[in-house]
Structure formats: structure tokens, C-alpha cells
Design a protein around this ligand. Sequence first.
Ligand code: DX5
Ligand code: ZN
Length: 221
Amino acid sequence: QQSIRIAPSILSADFSRLGEEVRAIDAAGGDVFHIDIMDGHFVPNISFGPTIVQSIRNITAKPFDVHLMIAPVDPYIAAFARAGADGITVHAEAGPHLHRSIQAIKAEGKRAGVAINPATPVSAIEHVIDGVDLVLVMSVNPGFGGQSFIPVALEKLRQARALIGGRPIDLEVDGGVDPDNAHEIAAAGANLLVAGSSVFAGNDPATYADRIAALRTAATT
Ligand code: DX5
Ligand code: ZN
């Protein structure tokens, strides 16, 4: 089994203390920062833009995994690359030219990810699989933290893992991940687990290390 990495989603951070939250997650053992960008159009919520991403870039050396829930997406890829993204993920549903969007990410020298919503079949990404570094299976309808895991995502993770085969592609899951379902999620093939509310609930930095460890333990045992 591949090594499991935990990606706390800063969407659930206390934005009035964002820098401290990032520092706390870094110290608590988060492996990757998952950064949710929402436009109020592709998804029914608005989060923040590249300026905020840039403002936290120098607080941690850990990778920034930027999840773009915006349409159109191509005009904004360069801005998030410059803001400090290590990987940029676009939705298969965000436009008619997914292949071009992936090429635009690679042209910026960043790791390219493709995400699929709960209603989108894994077959939607079959023909771009050789161009990506990451597949993101959404396990909630994107837009908000704190929603419940949609069980059909487990079958989609198994299908995505089969599609990936021997390729060095991360399989990420996002939405409703907690210590109770992390084991079956990892067993279904995911190796990068996004966790928003299950890490940040209460926004008490003193709890973050235990919560990240609980997810890691559940996923690896
Ligand atoms: C949802 C976002 C998620 C969200 C996950 O649209 O893409 O990354 O922050 O939050 P939880 O873990 O609370 O479901
Ligand atoms: Zn996300």
C-alpha cells in the first residue's frame, strides 16, 4: 500500500487567524495544505482568491494543493501558480476543454489534478489520465465543509485506482472524511485524504495533532 498523506483543508480554519492556523497545522503533522477556491458560480459558495494563497505561502514549506471549484477556470490557473500552488486541480465538469486546462497547469510547471463530482463517472477522466498527477474523487457535492461522506465515492475510488494502475498518480478524496471512514477510504485506494471539519472543528490548535494522527492511524491500520 502507498503511504497515506493527510491534507487538512483550510476552508475550515479560523480566517481571522489564518496564519496561526497554518503554522499550527504544519506543526501538528499535516502533510499537505488543501486550499479550496470557490467562485459562487461553479459551486454555491465563495471562498477566497490568489492573494490569500500568496499571503500564507511563506508560513509553511509544505505543499499547497489548490482545488479550483471555479468556471471558467483557465483564466485563473497562472494566478494560482504564481501565488504558490504546488499542485492545481480542476474539475472535469468546469468546462468543455479539460485537456487544455490540464495542459495549462503543466505549462506553469505545476502538478496537474483532475476532480470529479459525485454524479460524474470515473470514465469522464479516462482520456486525460496520462496527463495528470492527481485524481480527486469528491465524496460530497463541493461548496461547503462539514457535509457527510457520500458512500458511492468508495466504489468510484476503487474504479479510479484501477484506472490509475501502475502510474505514479495520487488518488485524493475530499469531503466528509473522518476517523470512522478513513480505513475503508484507504482500502478503496485513496492515498491523499482531505480533512476539513474533522481536523479544524472547534478551531483549537491544541487538538490538531491528535486529530491528524487519528486520521492517519485509521487509514493505515
Ligand atoms: C468542499 C471542499 C472540501 C471541504 C472538505 O467543497 O472541497 O475540501 O473543505 O471539508 P470536510 O472535510 O469538512 O467535508
Ligand atoms: Zn476541496
